[in-house]
Design a protein around this ligand. Sequence first.
Ligand code: PSU
Ligand code: MN
Length: 304
Amino acid sequence: MQRYIDIHPKIEDAIKNNKPVVALESTIISHGMPFPKNMETALEVKDIVASNGATPATIAIMNGKIKIGLTKEEIKYLSYEGNKIKKASRRDIPFLISKKIPGATTVSSTMFASQMAGIKIFATGGIGGVHRDAPTSFDISADLQELARTNVAVVCAGIKSILDLNLTLEYLETHGVPVLGYKTSELPAFYTQKSGLQVDYQLDTPEEIADLLYSKWKMKLNGGVVVTNPIPKSKQLDHQYMSKIIDKAIFEAKQLEIKGKEITPFLLKKVKDLTKGKSLISNIELVFNNAALAAKIAICYSKK
Ligand code: PSU
Ligand code: MN
């Protein structure tokens, strides 16, 4: 395995000694946010995990290996190069590894990499899901299949609101993926706390979430768990305002015939432009909020 994975010694030590570790993805860096905000966010999110008592592990594909624990220079590189870096979901891993091409890992490939390294908790912004035009485009994020099969908990602010939240919940149910709400019974909708939909179970402490994860995997009930953590109230955007913005962004994407892996980065950027940067501020804040919760869950889980 060492041929294909490169784990930072500090992280390897933490994993071996059952200390809390939180995985962080890199598509959000290269494709989810503009430079230099992406770099500042990626560096700060690591600090937030550390100051909450866990070891951060930013993940990407580098030099023909899955790299667990990027250096500051590597984070800078992925930030600055942005769109030029390949967006790597599960299907892209073997090509990028064998050709030694760098790749920014999505939720799906970061989950896979985390499982390979032995990391159980992962923090991001929002997971991918079923796109609104899925009945004709078949566009369903690989994140959902990964959640169906890989034993990692993803702490997020819900399903990205550019998607069909209802269909995404149905898909997750079919595949046996629990959707938890941290201190909420309502599914958060990324930029907003409310969605009008329910999570499967509300849990109010990191300890209870760690208990659920532990029992799930102890029973070999394989697959991931979605831990939804609403964006802080003071940082959320108005639901109706965002609905209109997202509809507009999706309309533009259709006109320009944007498809496949380009669609999510396109919509996030369009929404950012249409909100004059307000959505980016919310996106950053919700990532910070998720990193802190993930660290707390990782600490509880490490004591099991
Ligand atoms: N969360 C964010 N910004 C992002 C993403 C998540 O706040 O850019 C990324 C994740 O890497 C996720 C990807 O896996 O968006 C989904 O892409 P797609 O819809 O193509 O599967
Ligand atoms: Mn897709």
